[in-house]
Design a binder for this molecule. Structure first.
Ligand code: SF4
Length: 319
């Protein structure tokens, strides 16, 4: 892998609740994302993946405490102050593609005016003609049709709103794109279109892309590598081709996620994820895991991209 654009090292996030409870939303996350690479961070709702995204953007609420490091160039995103995050990071180093593009856009202004404002703020372009040209170029990069530039967000389809949000995210030429559930609420055709557009930005723009999603079909279409999160921990990091093909995932939870898909075995994982405020001392997946043994009451150490005492071994998986 080429030098990482983003390096996350031991990232943990705790929420301190008014009652005194501590919620372990993210625990000891480690991963890299390189230029021209897409890492998909997947897991069930509430597993901590969007909290992780908020930590990278410096958008955690006041009752959250983050520890560890997240390095983007020479900036430690966790240590940076709000001024640095606002002026240097958001938009310029990280382009955010939001979960609800229509809600992300300002409803009372046209797409063109929002693009032009972002061009001025992020690129320093001056002069009416130059700003207009840069905004139109940004729209074109995201395949947003010029004929819709003077429309307001409510006049756009879901797909066009997504492209408008992508165009805004690309203006600062950020080396890292962060897409937080970019396919939520879209029909399957639009999902394919959206992830293909994002993939194009990775391939053509040589950007690093971190996609946070619960949509495994979308992840299969776009990702180079997979990171699977359960109860706040990344339990497996794997090459996407091996993950979705042979030999398949090695962590029991990852295998359960894949097996639950209708186009696979259509067998749901039994039970429910644990409360993040009441995690067991050992492996949090143990109550739902058919491979659990008494050893699993102790926390497994991370090794070779896996956090599990009894991962499936390659020979098992090929049998
Ligand atoms: S550590 Fe044990 S309980 Fe946890 S996933 Fe691995 S085998 Fe299952």
């Amino acid at each position: 892998m080429t030098a990482p654009v983003l390096s996350v090292r031991g990232l943990s996030v705790r929420f301190l609740m008014p009652s005194g409870r501590r919620i372990a939303a993210v625990t000891d996350a480690h991963f890299d994302v390189a230029a021209g690479e897409c890492l998909a961070l997947v897991g069930e709702s509430g597993c901590g993946k969007s909290v992780l995204a908020s930590a990278l953007l410096g958008l955690l609420p006041a009752n959250a405490q983050a520890a560890g490091g997240a390095y983007l160039g020479d900036v430690d995103l966790l240590a940076a102050d709000e001024r640095t995050l606002a002026r240097t990071v958001r938009g310029r180093l990280i382009g955010l593609i939001p979960q609800s593009p229509a809600a992300h856009l300002t409803p009372v202004r046209t797409v063109r005016s929002q693009l032009e404002e972002t061009v001025v703020a992020l690129t320093g372009t001056r002069g009416r003609a130059a700003v207009r040209q840069a905004a139109e170029a940004a729209a074109e990069r995201a395949a947003f049709p010029a004929g819709h530039l003077d429309h307001h967000p409510h006049q756009l389809s879901g797909g066009l709103a997504q492209r408008a949000a992508t165009a805004l995210a690309l203006i600062g030429n950020a080396p890292l794109l962060l897409a937080d559930e970019p396919t939520t609420g879209l029909d399957r055709d639009l999902v394919h279109h959206t992830v293909d557009e994002l993939r194009r930005q990775v391939d053509v723009g040589r950007r690093a892309l971190l996609v946070i999603t619960h949509d495994l079909a979308a992840a299969e279409r776009i990702a180079d590598r997979m990171a699977v999160m359960y109860a706040g921990r990344i339990v497996e990091i794997s090459d996407a081709t091996a993950f979705f093909g042979l030999p398949g995932p090695r962590h029991p939870y990852s295998r359960g996620l894949l097996g639950a898909l209708p186009e696979r075995d259509f067998i749901p994982i039994p039970g429910m994820p644990p409360e993040l405020g009441d995690l067991p001392d050992g492996c949090a997946f143990a109550p739902r895991c058919e491979r659990a043994t008494p050893t699993c009451t102790t926390l497994p150490a991370a090794a070779a991209g896996l956090v599990c005492h009894h991962p499936h071994v390659t020979e098992d998986l090929r049998a």
